[in-house]
Every structure is written in structure tokens, then in C-alpha cells.
Design a protein around this ligand. Sequence first.
Ligand code: FAD
Length: 545
Amino acid sequence: MATHQVLNQPPPLIDYNLFASDRALCAAVRREGAAWAADELAELGARLGSAETIEWGFQANANPPVLRAFDRYGNRQDKVEFHPSWHQLMALGIGAGLHAAPWAAPKPGTHVARAAGVFMLTQIESGVQCPITMTYGAVPALRRQKEIAAEWLPRIFSRDYDKSFRPAGEKHGALIGMGMTEKQGGSDLRSNMTKAAPEGSGGPGGAYRLTGHKWFMSAPMCDAFLVLAQAPNGLSCFFMPRWTPDGTLNAIRIQRLKDKLGNKSNASSEVEFDGAWALLIGEEGRGVPNIIEMGNYTRLDCAIGSAGIMRQAAAQAVHHAMHRSAFQRKLADQPLMTNVLADLALEAEAAMVLALRLARAYDRQDDPAETAFRRLATPAAKYWICKRGPMLAAEAMEVLGGNGYVEESLMPRLYREAPVNSIWEGSGNIMCLDVLRALGRDGGAGEALRAELAAARGADARLDRFAAALESDLASSAGDEGAARRLVERMVLALQAALLVSGSPAPIADAFCASRLAGDWGHAFGTLPAAGGLRAIVDRASPTT
Ligand SMILES: Cc1cc2nc3c(=O)[nH]c(=O)nc-3n(C[C@H](O)[C@H](O)[C@H](O)COP(=O)(O)OP(=O)(O)OC[C@H]3O[C@@H](n4cnc5c(N)ncnc54)[C@H](O)[C@@H]3O)c2cc1C
């Protein structure tokens, strides 16, 4: 006889469409110029939300990659083995063109459409985003060396995911990683010690041999890497394939895989280069400017990825609270829970609208004003969106009560994943200092910010006051490193508010301006001022209704 009935547990959040059910996302995609992609995104959203894909995410994380440095006879092979679910997820992301579509088939809105796809992918499994993002970011850097681009871009543009470990010329598709960070310094790249010696006369496109190490090099099964090393004329950017042109395994020795807090499905390795073969990209001594181009795209993706984690955490919380009852009422109807959920939903929507707005700037590279906006808003958005992720994930977990603390719920995975976007690709302080640098140069960054805020002037008096105060902050704290976090936070809040007042329903814009701009807010989520619209905010965030 059964001991008890299982009651009052919500249905699992599976078999739903991550695009069609996300009202805020659909609206942002339209607003930022990618309405044409709605059908494709809905197809991807349905596949990602299927029970099968969600299960792949669980399996890929429960069965992390394993380093097989040697074969059974002791020969070096430097291979990393992944669970089949990892490969399924990679095939899905690459099949959707998330690694290269904006480069392979450029058209207006394509970076935005891709951003929406990545935003959905990362909700289901974030680990695969790493090689997908690095490949996307590598393309502009590779284009700086024409013969490398001519040989490799057709492979990179392929939507066939090829997991085999062979020279790239024999494969259907190729992926690119990067190695910058060394033991003695990651932010301060000029401290790199890896040495590059020319094989012949050297110079752009020439062959070199690299000797040294990288302390973090993720996705080591990529087909090639962009690597920084010290050449005779200074720090330089190199293209290092896993296999040399004569078909032998390049001397990239994987030492071990990192035992990470999260991001478990993805492999992050420590490597040594023992005279590894590589080609110089651009001039010797121009390593940072050449690789930093890649950094802009990977930073954009950190913001998109964190926005995705926030969306999924908020959606899980809303879904749970709409189905679970306590004290004779659905949790979502308990006034204090309504406030928590609305606050989470607000934060998640603000993150997403800014990430997609930023993606639009990447679509409009021929427009100097958009270029200036991109220069400023990339590090600013990366800083603030990624900074908010862990806080939101923790609070959303609590909405599920004890179930939220249990691995089967997905919430622990989101929680563990959230901090990494803030650390890699330039940690928080580095991003804020980069914003100061952008403001300090005469590249129109300050004007781009003002123009963006001016477009929303008059829509909300609190935003107008906040923007005016920000103007004096910009004057008073320009160049003040110690105040950079405060300044950047306020810039991002103003940008988010400007987007919400012009594109989101009134309750969202109103609650955001009251809490984030006018200070009518506490120090934890769930402290929005009491207003009639909170329930409408929660309903908008529901992934199933
Ligand atoms: C899971 C994972 C995967 C990674 N994968 C890769 C990869 O594939 N390739 C790669 O190259 N790297 C990779 N990294 C490395 C990552 O990019 C670096 O860890 C990061 O850039 C920070 O460098 P660091 O660890 O040397 O810290 P440091 O540079 O020592 O910085 C430590 C702290 O000091 C702060 N700081 C530094 N300078 C200043 C300053 N002037 N003022 C104020 N504060 C400052 C930083 O913001 C940071 O908070 C990975 C990291 C992780 C966690």
C-alpha cells in the first residue's frame, strides 16, 4: 500500500518554448532589429525547452570531461573526452549558427538574433557557450591575417559540429579557443612570459615556436587557439592549431583540468607549450590590440550569458510559485512572494534588454555613434549584468524552498555557474577601469551615453533626475579609479531604465525607476515599493502562461 500521496509539487518546467513564452525577449528581438529571425528563434526555443535537451544539460554536468593525457602505452595524446550529451548540445548550438552566423551570413540584426539564441542556450546549459563564444569572437581577429582567414573561415562557418580529433583540414567544422592567462597574471597581460621564436624570418603570417604555459585555457579540444606570447619585438598574437601542417599533434601539452565551482560540463585546462607551432597574427608587439578585438565579443557574450542565467532562474522561481501553495494560497499570490518574484523578473528583464541593445551596436559597425556606444557599453554591461547574476540566482533558489537547494532542480547549477561570467574575460574591476579609459579618450563614448539617455528624456521624471545627476558624476569622478564601480553601476542603471521606459510595459518601467533610480528599495530582492502592478510583472515573466 502507498505510504502517501505526492501533493502540491509543481510540474517540471519542460517541453516549453524558451522564445515564444518569453514576452520580454520577443519584444526586444523585434525592437533591436531581428524580427525576421522570430521563426528560427522559436524553433530553437522549442528544441532547447524540450525534456530531451534539458536532460542533456543535466547529463553533461553530471559527467564532466576527463583528461586522457596518454594512451594505454604511454604515448602522449592530450585528449579530453566529453559525455555524449555535451556533443549533442554542441551540435545543437553550432547547428543554429550561434558560433558564427553573423560572420557567415551577415545581414542587419544578425548579431541580435544570435544574441537571443545564446541567451536561450545558456538557460539550458552554459558550459557549451564557452567554445561557441570564443569561436564567434575569434573571427574578427583572424581576419587580420588574410591567409589564415582564407584557410580557416570556411571551416569555422560550417554548421556541422565535428567532434573528431584530427587535423582541421580533414574535418567538417572547426572551433577556436584562446590562451592568454598565465600563472603570474591574467588581467595584466603584459606580464605574459611565454616566448615565441621565429622559425624563419618571422613577421605577419610567419611561423614561430612557442615555449611556455597557460594557466587557464578552456575548451582545449578546439581545433586552434589564439594565444599571446612574447616575440622578439614584444607581446604578440598567435594562431596555434592543435595539429601542425604536416599532420602531427602540435606540442600543446595538457597538464590537468581545473576542478571548478561550476561550468562543470566544460573543460578548462592548464597547458604547456613545448615548442608549439603557431603563426603570427598581425605585427609583432601588437598582441593586445589584435586579441582585444576578440575580447569585445566574448565580453558581450558574458553579458548575454548572465542575462540568460537570470532569466532561467527567475522563470523557474515564477513557475514554482505559481504552482506551489502554502498557507492556503499559491505562493505567487502571497503578497511578499509577489514582491520577490516581481523584483527578480525586473532585474532579469533589465539585464536582457541591455544585452540585446548592446548586440545591436555590434550589428551597426558602420555607424560611428554605435561604435562609440559599443566601446563604452560593452565593459559597463559586462560588469553590472554579470555582477547581478549570483545575487539573483541565490534569491531565485530560495523561492523553491528546499527543492531549490537540490541538484535535480537546476537551481544549484545556475547558482554555481553565475559568478564565472564576472571573473573571466576581464573581472569586474578591470571592466570598470576600461569604462574610465573609454570615457577618457576622445572617442565619443560620453556623447553616445548622453544620446541614448536623451532618447528617453521626458518619459519618467525619476529617470530625468537620475540622468542629470549622472551627468555631474561623470564630470566629478572622471578618472577616479576608486569610484569607478559606483559610476559604472549608475551608468548601467540609467541605460536599463531608458530601455525599459521606452519598450516595456508601464509596471516594469515604473517599478524599476522607483527602486533602482529613486532609491525606494531595500538591500534584498523583494523590497519593491507596494504598487498595484507587481502581479502583472510576475505574470509577464511566467514561462508557461
Ligand atoms: C573557468 C575559467 C575559465 C577560464 N578560461 C580561460 C581561457 O580559456 N583563456 C584564458 O586566457 N583565460 C581563461 N580564464 C582566466 C580568466 O580570464 C582570468 O582568471 C581573469 O582574467 C583574471 O585574471 P587572474 O586570474 O590572473 O586574476 P588577476 O589578474 O590577478 O586579478 C585578481 C583580481 O584583481 C583585480 N584587479 C586586477 N588589476 C586591478 C587593478 N588595476 N585595480 C583593481 N583591481 C584589479 C581583478 O579585477 C580581479 O578581481 C578562465 C578563468 C576561469 C575561472
